[in-house]
Design a protein around this ligand. Structure first.
Ligand code: MN
Length: 413
C-alpha cells in the first residue's frame, strides 16, 4: 500500500472543522456508548473516561510505571504506549515501555527507528533477574496482559495493574484502578487519540515529538483497520484529528520499509510449496526462527494477491534458539467476503484438550497457534526433523482441505 489514504497535512492551524472539545466528542460517540452499554463492558462517555484517567494519573503523581505491551508488539500497541507515556509526563510519571519478545515485522522496526519510539526489549533470559521493585504501577495498552511473558513477573513482584486501555473483548478477571475496554473501537490508538482530544495532552504540530507520536498513532490506527477500510466512525474521527499533526512523509517511509532477507526467503518457500485448490492457496513453509514469525502473515498477504485466489493459508513451525520449544504458527488471509476467517479456522482446526480453539477470535484474527507439546524439541537427526515437518504439514493440509470443497481435483502449483 503506497497510496495516501489521507491528504497531506498542510493545515496545522485549522482548529475549526473537527471536534476537539469534550462535549463535541461526547456528542459524536453517544450512539456507540449505548451499544457499549449493551455489551456490559463500558458505559462511560469518552469525556468521563478522560476525566477519570486524569484523576488516576493525579493520584499517582511522581511515580514510575512499567507499560507492558505484547511480546510481538504491533503498531497499535507501540503507538498507544507512547501516547500514554506523553499523557502521563505532566504528572511527573516516568514510564518505561517494555516488551519481552521481538519486533519482527520490518514495518514495526522501521516505525520504532524512524520515529524514535521509546520502547525497550527485555530479553526473556534476563527477565527473572530484573528488579521490578522500582515500579509503583503497571499499565497495559492494547492487551489485557495475556500476551506478555512479562506479566507473571509483574504479578510476582506485586506491582499493581493501575491502568488498562484496550479494544479487545474482556479476557476475564481484569482488575485495575482505571479500565477502559471498548471492543467496538477498532484500534487502541483511537482511544488514546480521544484522550488527547479531550485535553489530556496539548498535541502541538510544532513539537517534533508530538508530530512523531501522531504519525505512530496514525500508523497504529491504520494497521488495525486494514488501512482504514474497516475503520468505524470514531476511528475515522481520530484519524481526522491526527491528520492535522502527523507527518505523511514519515508515515510513507515506515510503510515502504523493505522486507528482510528472511521474510523474502519465507515468501519464496510459500510460493514454491503452495497447493492450489478451489481458489484457496495453502502453503507450509517448514521451520522458522522465533524472530521471523511475522514472515508467515506476510507470506499469506502475498499469496492472496495471486489471480483467481481468494484465500491463502500459510503455516510453519516456529522454534526458539535451542530448538526446545516448537509451535505451529499459521495465518489466513482472504478477500472473499463470505468467508469468515474466525469461523473457518475454528471449524478446520478445532479445540485443544482444555477446550480452547487453536485460533480465530478477535485478537488472533486470521491466525492460529498449535503447540507441539511432547513432539516439540530438538533432534540433531535431520531425517527426523524432516519427517516431523512432513507429518505436521500433512495433518494441517488434511484438516484444511476438509473444508475446501473436497470434490475438486488438487492442482499443484
Ligand atoms: Mn490493537
Amino acid at each position: 500500500m503506497k497510496s495516501y489514504l489521507l491528504p497531506p497535512n498542510n493545515n496545522h492551524n485549522g482548529q475549526n472543522c473537527l471536534p476537539s472539545t469534550l462535549s463535541q466528542i461526547d456528542g459524536n460517540i453517544g450512539a456507540d456508548t449505548a451499544l457499549e452499554r449493551e455489551t456490559g463492558s463500558q458505559y462511560l462517555s469518552t469525556g468521563k473516561l478522560a476525566q477519570k484517567l486524569e484523576q488516576t494519573l493525579e493520584n499517582h503523581r511522581g511515580e514510575r510505571h512499567i507499560v507492558v505491551i505484547q511480546d510481538f508488539p504491533d503498531p497499535d500497541a507501540l503507538s498507544s504506549a507512547w501516547a500514554y507515556q506523553l499523557i502521563a509526563q505532566p504528572y511527573e510519571i516516568e514510564c518505561d515501555i517494555v516488551y519481552a519478545g521481538t519486533l519482527s515485522h520490518q514495518e514495526n522496526i522501521a516505525l520504532v527507528k524512524l520515529t524514535g519510539l521509546p520502547a525497550t526489549k527485555w530479553s526473556t533470559n534476563t527477565l527473572k533477574d530484573r528488579d521490578l521493585s522500582i515500579y509503583q504501577g503497571c499499565v497495559l495498552v492494547d492487551s489485557q496482559g495475556n500476551t506478555s511473558q512479562l506479566m507473571p513477573y509483574v504479578k510476582q513482584s506485586r506491582i499493581p495493574v493501575l491502568i488498562v486501555v484496550d479494544h479487545h473483548t474482556e479476557q476475564g478477571g481484569i482488575q485495575a484502578e482505571f479500565v477502559d475496554l471498548r471492543p467496538k473501537i477498532r484500534a487502541t490508538a483511537t482511544i488514546l487519540t480521544q484522550y488527547i482530544q479531550a485535553g489530556l495532552l496539548d498535541f502541538n504540530s510544532s513539537n517534533v515529538t508530538h508530530v512523531k507520536c501522531a504519525t505512530a498513532l496514525m500508523h497504529g490506527l491504520r494497521s488495525d483497520t486494514n488501512g482504514l477500510r474497516q475503520a468505524q466512525e470514531q476511528d475515522l474521527l481520530a484519524a481526522a484529528y491526527l491528520s492535522r499533526i502527523y507527518d505523511p512523509q514519515l508515515l510513507n517511509a515506515v510503510l515502504q520499509s523493505a522486507r528482510s532477507r528472511h521474510v523474502m526467503d519465507v515468501i519464496e518457500r510459500s510460493l514454491k510449496n503452495r497447493l492450489i485448490k478451489n481458489s484457496f492457496s495453502i502453503a507450509g513453509v517448514g521451520y522458522l526462527r522465533y524472530e521471523d514469525r511475522d514472515a508467515i502473515p506476510q507470506a499469506a498477504d502475498f499469496l492472496v494477491t495471486e489471480d483467481n485466489i481468494h484465500t491463502a493459508v500459510v503455516y510453519g513451525i516456529i522454534h526458539d534458539e535451542t530448538h526446545e520449544l516448537e509451535v505451529v504458527i499459521g495465518s489466513l488471509r482472504t478477500n472473499k467476503l463470505t468467508l469468515d476467517p474466525d469461523e473457518f479456522i475454528k471449524e478446520a482446526l478445532g479445540k485443544n484438550p482444555q477446550g480452547r480453539y487453536y485460533g480465530g477470535g478477535r485478537e488472533m484474527a486470521g491466525g492460529f497457534e498449535i503447540p507441539m507439546g511432547f513432539f516439540g524439541g530438538g533432534n540433531d537427526d535431520s531425517n527426523y526433523t524432516k519427517l516431523k515437518w512432513e507429518l505436521i504439514d500433512k495433518q494441517i493440509k488434511h484438516k484444511l482441505l476438509k473444508l475446501v470443497n473436497p470434490k475438486n481435483k488438487v492442482v499443484h502449483a
